[in-house]
Ligand binder design. Structure first.
Ligand SMILES: *Cc1c(COP(=O)(O)O)cnc(C)c1O
Ligand SMILES: [Zn+2]
Length: 422
C-alpha cells in the first residue's frame, strides 16, 4: 500500500532505496522522498480525506510510510482560527492562525514530524530513538517513544527553559544536556548517530521526518475549503517546515486537490539568530552561520541544515522574511494572548511580530488573506514572560479588602486624575 518510490539526492539526482539514509554518497546532498504521484492522484480525493479521522494521517498517501501508521494517531489537525481581533489590531481584513500550540500530545508543530519519524523507525525495526533538539523536538520524541515503547535518548543544549526540560523528562527518556548551543548538540549527534546506529529522527531519518511537516500545509489548504491563503508566515530554524509547506502546496496541486498553488511564504526569525534573514536581505544564497543570542530558544539555530532550501522556497513563492528583537517577540506573545486568547512561546511571538512588521512595511497587503503559523506553546516557557505580566494582588479573604482594591484598580490613573485639578 506504499506510494513511496524511494529516496533521491536533491542535488545530483542519484536514486537511493527506502532506507535510513540521509546524505548522498556522491555529492553529500540531502536525500528526499520520491512518490508515485500518478497512483496517488487516483487513490486520493477530497471526499476520501474528509471521511478519515481528524489527524495528520488523513493525508497518508502523501506521507512516507509503507504500512499502517505506528505513531501520532491523534496528532495534527490543529485548529485554523479566524482571528478577527488580532486582524483588527494589525489592520488587516482576513487573518487566520494555524494553531499548532495545541498539537497532540506535546503542544508544538514537532508532533507532526515525530509522528512520521517514529512510525518509520518502527517500520525499519529500530528499538532506540533519539534526536538533537532545541526543546520541542525532544518533548515530542520522548512522548511518542514512550507511547510506542521504544528506548529514547534526547540531546538538548544546556540552559533551556524548565518547561522544555521537564516536558521531556516526564516521559522517561535519558536527557543529555550539552554545554553549548544547538549547533554543538547537532554536531555531536551526527557522530553518535554514526557510531550507535540509533534512529535519530532529524539525522538518519531526516528525509522521512521532514515529510511530516507537509501536513501543516495540507491542513491549512483543507481547512480553507481546499484553497490557499495569499500569504503565510512561519518561523524558520533548521529550515524544515518552511520548504515543506511549499512542497505541500505543490503536491496538492499536482494530485488535483487544489486548483491554484500560489501562496507567498514568509520566514520569521529572531534578530538574535537570523542567519536566513541576513542572507535574504543581502541577496545571497550563502548563509553565514551566527552565534544565537535570543529568548526564542526553540528557533535558535545558528547554522541551519536546510537554510538554502528555505531561501529557494521563499523566492519561488514571491514571499520574503523579517527578524524581530526579543522585545518585539514579547510584545507579539502578549498581543496574541490579549486579542485571541492563545498563549504561545517566543517562536510564536516571533511569527506574530514579524507579520506585524511585514504588514507595516507594506510587504504583506492589508486586504488579502493571511495565515500566521503558531508553532509552539507558551506554557512551556513561562520564565520568558514572567517579568512582563502583572503580578497577582494579594489580599485577605475579606470583602472590604476587595472593595478597596477594586476602587483602586478602577480609579483613573493618578497622573491623569491630577491633570488640571491644580
Ligand atoms: C522547530 C520549531 C520551528 C521551526 O523549525 P524548523 O527547523 O525550521 O522546521 C518553529 N517553531 C517552533 C516552536 C519550533 O519548535
Ligand atoms: Zn547527490
Amino acid at each position: 500500500m506504499s506510494f513511496v518510490k524511494g529516496l533521491k539526492c536533491r542535488e545530483c539526482g542519484q536514486d537511493y532505496p527506502k532506507e535510513p539514509l540521509h546524505v548522498c554518497e556522491t555529492c553529500f546532498g540531502p536525500l528526499e522522498v520520491v512518490y508515485d504521484y500518478e497512483r496517488i492522484k487516483k487513490a486520493l480525493s477530497r471526499e476520501k480525506i474528509a471521511s478519515r479521522p481528524k489527524s495528520l494521517w488523513r493525508y497518508r498517501e502523501l506521507l512516507p510510510i509503507d504500512g499502517e501508521p505506528q505513531a501520532g494517531l491523534y496528532s495534527g489537525f490543529t485548529p485554523l482560527i479566524r482571528a478577527h481581533r488580532l486582524g483588527e489590531a494589525l489592520g488587516v481584513k482576513e487573518l487566520y492562525l494555524k494553531d499548532d500550540s495545541v498539537n497532540h500530545p506535546t503542544f508544538s508543530y514537532k508532533d507532526r514530524v515525530v509522528s512520521v519519524a517514529i512510525s518509520k523507525a518502527i517500520e525499519f525495526g529500530f528499538d532506540t530513538v533519539s534526536c538533537a533538539s532545541t526543546g520541542n523536538l525532544a518533548n515530542a520524541v520522548a512522548a511518542h517513544a514512550a507511547k510506542a515503547g521504544l528506548t529514547c535518548y534526547v540531546f538538548i543544549p544546556d540552559g533551556l527553559e524548565q518547561g522544555k526540560i521537564i516536558g521531556s523528562a516526564i516521559y522517561g527518556p535519558r536527557t543529555i544536556a550539552i554545554q553549548g548551543n544547538y549547533d554543538d548538540v547537532n554536531r555531536l549527534c551526527s557522530e553518535i548517530a554514526d557510531k550507535y546506529g540509533w534512529a535519530f529522527v532529524n539525522v538518519n531519518l531526516r528525509p522521512y521526518y521532514a515529510e511530516g511537516a507537509k501536513t501543516h500545509g495540507f491542513e491549512v489548504a483543507e481547512q480553507l475549503g481546499w484553497k490557499l491563503p495569499k500569504h503565510i508566515v512561519v518561523a524558520s530554524a533548521g529550515g524544515t517546515i518552511l520548504p515543506k509547506i511549499a512542497k505541500a502546496f505543490k503536491e496538492l496541486k499536482h494530485v488535483g486537490l487544489i486548483e491554484n498553488d500560489e501562496c507567498k511564504i514568509y520566514a520569521a526569525q529572531a534578530s538574535g539568530c537570523a542567519p536566513m534573514i541576513q542572507a535574504l536581505k543581502k541577496g545571497t544564497d550563502l548563509i553565514s552561520p551566527v552565534k544565537p543570542n535570543t529568548i526564542a530558544s526553540s528557533i535558535a539555530i545558528g547554522n541551519p541544515a536546510d537554510g538554502y532550501y528555505v531561501l529557494q522556497a521563499i523566492k519561488e513563492s514571491g514571499g520574503w522574511g523579517e527578524s524581530v528583537t526579543d522585545e518585539e517577540i514579547l510584545e507579539g506573545i502578549k498581543l496574541l494572548a490579549r486579542t485571541e486568547g492563545i498563549f504561545t512561546e517566543p517562536a510564536g511571538g516571533t511569527e506574530v511580530a514579524v507579520t506585524k512588521k511585514l504588514i507595516q512595511q507594506g510587504k504583506i497587503p492589508r486586504d488579502e488573506s493571511i495565515v500566521i503559523s503558531i508553532t509552539g506553546n507558551g506554557y512551556k516557557t513561562l520564565e520568558v514572560v514572567a517579568a512582563s505580566v502583572e503580578k497577582p494582588f494579594k489580599i485577605s479573604a475579606n470583602l472590604k479588602n476587595f472593595d478597596d482594591l477594586y476602587l483602586q484598580l478602577t480609579q483613573p490613573a493618578p497622573g491623569k486624575a491630577m491633570a488640571g485639578e491644580g
